[in-house]
Design a protein around this ligand. Structure first.
Ligand SMILES: [Zn+2]
Length: 261
């Protein structure tokens, strides 16, 4: 990924997306010179609204149009329309309920997904001019939300998977994502299950990056059109938040993706 510093605020960008002129995107980090190491996009954290405003200013995106959903580790996908602009931008109460993925063809309607370990996947179809975001923790990954989001883009936008570019944001890697029996039971019989489980020193680890990449390949995406950051949030606590290491009160980084004119 490309790291850009904006007056002490570090933003991460995908090479694949940065070459595109019809989208604006960034993954935020916890790095901020002014606030210290707690630059969180969650409204539960102090300065959450201020931080969102700063990021929108840096990216020249209208904060009044940001769209967020309440992520529940399910597989519901919301088709975001112009009427949804502003939902969840400054208040959790107005966010789209119970939805872990959003897709849209609306320009100037930035989609935002928050995470502190869970992979967030971003999608861009440069032919049909459509975007999507999917939140894929282990439950969402086991429900194959990445695969289903591509299906939704096919159905709603007539997207050809051959054209879709995909990016997987920094998230907990197979180096650190130790999992219990409950998780193994849910994934081991899926088509990609076995190759994503690693056993080391008597413990099991799940490779969420590979699991999601495999789903995108089986949905028809080209391997060269998938960019996985391969940055582990638990290994890089100086740069990202980690729910696994810091607990439920850890901050949240954001994946922001918007279509532009
Ligand atoms: Zn790690």
């Amino acid at each position: 990924m490309i790291v850009q510093d904006h007056d002490g605020i570090s933003l991460y960008k995908f090479s694949l997306f940065s070459r595109q002129t019809k989208i604006i995107h960034a993954v935020t980090s916890r790095m901020s010179k002014k606030e210290g190491n707690i630059f969180s996009m969650s409204l539960k954290d102090s300065y959450g609204i201020e931080n969102r405003k700063k990021i929108c200013n840096l990216l020249s995106l209208p904060i009044e149009n940001l769209v967020l959903s309440r992520q529940v580790h399910g597989k519901h996908i919301t088709l975001v329309t112009a009427q949804d602009r502003g939902r969840g931008n400054l208040s959790y109460d107005t966010a789209i309920p119970s939805s872990d993925a959003m897709i849209t063809k609306e320009v100037d309607t930035p989609l935002v997904s928050l995470s502190g370990d869970c992979p967030i996947l971003g999608f861009f179809d440069p032919v049909q001019k459509a975007i999507g975001l999917a939140h894929a923790g282990w439950r969402g990954t086991a429900l194959e939300i990445a695969f289903h989001t591509i299906q939704a883009m096919r159905k709603e936008f007539q997207s050809n998977p051959n054209d879709i570019l995909a990016a997987i944001a920094p998230s907990i890697g197979p180096c650190c994502y130790k999992v219990q029996e409950e998780v193994l039971e849910k994934v081991k019989n899926l088509s990609w299950g076995k190759k994503t489980i690693q056993k080391r020193e008597g413990f099991y680890y799940l490779d969420l990056w590979l699991a999601n990449t495999e789903q995108l390949l089986s949905a028809g995406l080209k391997a060269e059109n998938i960019e996985c950051s391969k940055i582990c949030t638990a290994c890089h606590l100086d740069k990202f938040f980690s729910y696994r290491i810091e607990g439920a009160n850890s901050g949240r980084c954001a994946f922001i993706l918007s279509l532009c004119e």
